[in-house]
Design a protein around this ligand. Structure first.
Ligand code: XMP
Length: 326
């Protein structure tokens, strides 16, 4: 009988058998999969686990705080946060090419994670222990879709924890390998992972860095963060979260258009709303959002985010469009 508590009991036992009394680390992205995997391992081996969150400065409003506060409060996990915004912004300065952005973000992520790992090993080494295991939130569809490579790998370089290099000498702990997304969510709820994390929609590893068409600067990130927070708030308020697979909000930083506000001319940036419906992200259709919800989002963004004077809707399916713009 498939029940979440059976899965938890089985996995806890399997994880204990695999890890013994060794130390284990987990890169926590803020997404559902790594959070639930970490919570399972935490339940199994407690303090032997250290989670690392790389704060690359490309997260949406409130996300780092949510991990720091809510996830730790719910699970009691050891968490190391590496605040590395400056490092990522410096590496991304002047870069507008999407693939280049992805490669830079992936590369810097690995470096920061390796630094964190070194520090944890150094600390643990004092107690005669080594970190030998790495937790990954790999799901069943990831396993099926072939050895880690997504179908879209030749279209975009997907950056996530799966992109860690081979020469990190860890044994992998993958407690979600047999589960589908909805099952992972059920297991997460069983473990008391906060609902805001469990029900979260997919969000790409490179974060807002690939939702800015143009250069990733502090200013552009701030504009996008404010617009994105408004769109998310209104979609949630309208009860549409369950219906939408995800809704990227994209800033066209390289584009400007003329507008009017009060008596004055404006020359601002467009925001694109990209709501999609999908089963597995391999194909997608644009979601027919109610006009009144679109209207509220548009009015609020153009009123509240001074640099934005136009809100547009992406009505392209995948294919030919991808879900993200970069
Ligand atoms: P695309 O844009 O290829 O996106 O249609 C398909 C799904 O993958 C997510 N995505 C990523 N996830 N690292 C991730 O972990 C990435 O580099 C990445 N790029 C896209 C995207 O949000 C969508 O759910």
């Amino acid at each position: 009988d498939w029940t979440a508590d059976n899965v938890v009991a089985e996995q806890v036992e399997a994880i204990r058998a695999q890890i013994g009394d060794a130390r284990v680390i987990c890169a926590l992205s803020g997404g559902v999969d790594s959070a639930v995997a970490a919570a399972l391992v935490q339940k199994a081996v407690g303090d032997q686990l250290t989670c690392v969150h790389v704060d690359h400065g490309l997260m949406r409003a409130g996300e780092v705080e949510q991990i720091e506060r809510d996830f730790v409060a719910a699970t009691g996990v050891n968490l190391v946060i590496r605040h590395e915004k400056e490092r990522f912004l410096a590496a991304l300065a002047g870069v507008t090419d999407p693939e280049q952005k992805r490669k830079i973000i992936g590369r810097e992520f690995i470096r920061v994670f390796e630094d964190a790992q070194r520090d944890i090993v150094a600390e643990a080494g004092a107690h005669g222990e080594e970190v030998r295991f790495l937790v990954q939130g790999t799901l069943y569809p990831d396993v099926v879709e072939s050895g880690g490579g997504e179908g879209a790998a030749n279209i975009k370089s997907h950056h996530n924890v799966g992109g860690l290099p081979d020469d990190l000498t860890f044994s992998l702990v993958e407690p979600l390998r047999t589960l589908f997304k909805d099952e992972v969510r059920a297991v997460g709820r069983e473990l008391g992972v906060p609902e805001e994390i469990v029900s979260r929609q997919p969000f790409p590893g490179p974060g807002l860095g690939i939702r800015i068409v143009g250069e990733v600067t502090e200013r552009n990130l701030e504009i996008l963060r404010r617009a994105d927070a408004i769109a998310r708030e209104e979609l949630t308020r309208a009860g549409l979260d369950g219906e939408i697979w995800q809704c990227p909000v994209v800033l066209l930083a390289d584009v400007r258009s003329v507008g009017v506000q009060g008596d004055g001319r404006t020359y601002g940036h467009p925001i694109v709303l990209r709501p999609v419906s999908s089963e597995d992200a391999m194909t997608a259709d644009w979601t027919r959002l109610p006009y009144d919800v679109l209207s509220v989002i548009s009015t609020r963004i153009t009123n509240e985010v001074r640099e934005v004077n136009r809100v547009t809707l992406d009505v392209t399916s995948k294919p030919p469009g991808t879900i993200e713009w970069e």
